[in-house]
Ligand binder design. Structure first.
Ligand SMILES: Cc1ncc(COP(=O)(O)O)c(C=O)c1O
Length: 439
């Protein structure tokens, strides 16, 4: 099992020989017992040896309803019978029009327009460029900077990396990052207030403010109360600075509302969507722009007010078809009600079983985004990795962010799965801290 007839190497060895994995040291990849996925059933992944793993990180926060959802599978098949892809540069696609119309009805952006791309980082990058050109097109010079937050993560392209706060080994790219105005991270109470002051102080330099509303995911699930955010929207309006909400991680129901901006009382000028937009099926992202932003780009054909930016696969028809069906299912299945019920169960069980453990410093949760901050007795013990490995050995797939254990179950997760995840995480934390732990 796991080794193809006639090929003596394991799948992991074949993998390491030809695939370069993101954020992964390839010379130690094999030693870290990676799983090689072959298929999926519901919310479980099945590896090449037939072992099942509950996908408690939703395949890096993208899968919402499940793997192999019959309705989503059917949406892809039906679109295959029409067309898989056609370019959106200068021409249209019927399924993309239908998707954009459906999204426009639900996003908290005034009279929304959508510029599609494939990854979250590209959606952020597009938003940065649009915000800059918005001012240039109106003859306003000097709006070249962005205000962003400590702990922020917006993706790995140079622009998105620049507005992000660094870390995760990305400091090597510091010489390539452009400078920003940086407010404190969400781990600092008062960070939003300070950001509002910075907006006023730097107003004429700022093209926009970039924020992850409600939760800074990659920072280790750092959160601020929803009611703190409206002041930032007001500061942007009062100082005529564009507000860019990055909902790549928090969008599509993850935090309990379809978009986190809704809870925060924010109506951004620009918004970045990604990850859950297709339910985790196909790579698609979008930059959402308000009509006011778009109007600044109107002008003569081939004129300089045009946005000269676009990606080959932007608005892919297969991705659009599955995204449209996904949006319908989120409503038809009342997925947000399940998020609320399961989030309440998680909160209760985590408080009982995980938060009291001596190896746990804090448990943070917003909807179905949960971070368990471990309290290792010393640096360099790789507890995050050890706890995750112990979870995987128990059949629950977890990937940490440093010493924060991330739990991102699918939005359709069941009460039984909630119980299983909490049991496994609690047992893994206890085990990883024992001296005889072999991880
Ligand atoms: C808030 C946020 N923005 C942007 C990104 C980048 O998205 P992608 O990995 O699809 O480029 C991420 C990815 O985790 C994210 O959490």
């Amino acid at each position: 099992m796991g080794i193809e007839a006639g090929n003596p190497q394991s799948w992991v060895e074949r993998d390491a020989a030809v695939v370069w994995h993101g954020f992964t040291q390839m010379s130690t990849y094999v030693e870290n017992s990676p799983i090689v996925v072959e298929s999926a059933e519901g919310r479980e992944l099945v590896d090449v040896d037939g072992r099942h793993y509950l996908d408690a990180i939703s395949s890096l926060w993208v899968t919402t309803l499940g793997h192999r959802v019959p309705e989503l599978d059917e949406a892809v098949r039906a679109q295959l019978d029409l067309v898989a892809h056609s370019t959106l540069l200068g021409n249209g696609s019927r399924i993309v029009v239908e998707l954009a119309e459906a999204l426009a009805r639900v996003v908290p952006v005034d009279d929304a327009r959508f510029l599609f791309a494939s990854d979250g980082a590209a959606a952020v990058e597009q938003a940065l460029k649009i915000a800059f050109q918005f001012w240039t097109n109106q003859g306003v010079a000097g709006r070249t900077r962005y205000l962003t937050f400590g702990g922020a993560y917006h993706g790995d392209t140079i622009g998105s990396l620049s507005v992000g706060a660094g870390g995760f080994g990305t400091d090597v790219f510091d010489p390539l990052r452009f400078p920003v105005v940086r407010a404190p991270g969400f781990d600092q109470p008062g960070c939003i207030e300070e950001a509002c002051e910075l907006v006023a102080a730097y107003a004429t330099d700022l093209a926009g403010v970039v924020i992850e509303p409600l939760v800074q995911g990659a920072a280790g699930m750092e959160m601020r109360p929803a009611e703190e955010f409206a002041a930032l929207g007001e500061a942007c309006r009062a100082n005529d600075v564009l507000l860019i909400c990055d909902e790549v991680a928090v969008g599509f129901g993850r935090t309990g509302t379809l978009f986190a901006s809704e809870q925060c009382g924010l109506r951004p000028d620009l918004m970045a969507l990604g990850k859950g937009i297709t339910g985790g099926y196909l790579p698609m992202s979008a930059t959402v722009a308000s009509a006011r932003v778009c109007a600044a780009f109107d002008g003569p054909d081939l004129g300089e007010r045009t946005l000269y930016h676009g990606h080959s696969y932007g608005g892919n028809a297969l991705a659009a078809a599955v995204a449209l069906r996904h949006l319908e299912l989120v409503e038809e299945w009342d997925v947000l009600a399940n998020v609320a019920a399961r989030a309440a169960e998680f909160a209760e069980l985590m408080a009982e079983q995980v938060a009291p453990l001596p190896q746990v410093r804090a448990v943070r949760q917003q909807g179905l985004m949960i971070g368990v901050e471990l309290a290792p007795p010393a640096d360099g013990l790789r507890w995050g990795r050890r706890v995750s490995a112990a979870c995987v050995a128990r059949g629950v797939l977890i990937r940490p962010l440093g010493d924060v254990i991330v739990i991102m179950p699918m939005l359709t997760t069941t009460p039984d799965e909630v119980g299983r995840i909490v049991d496994v995480v609690a047992a893994a934390i206890t085990e990883a801290a024992t001296p005889e732990a072999r991880w």
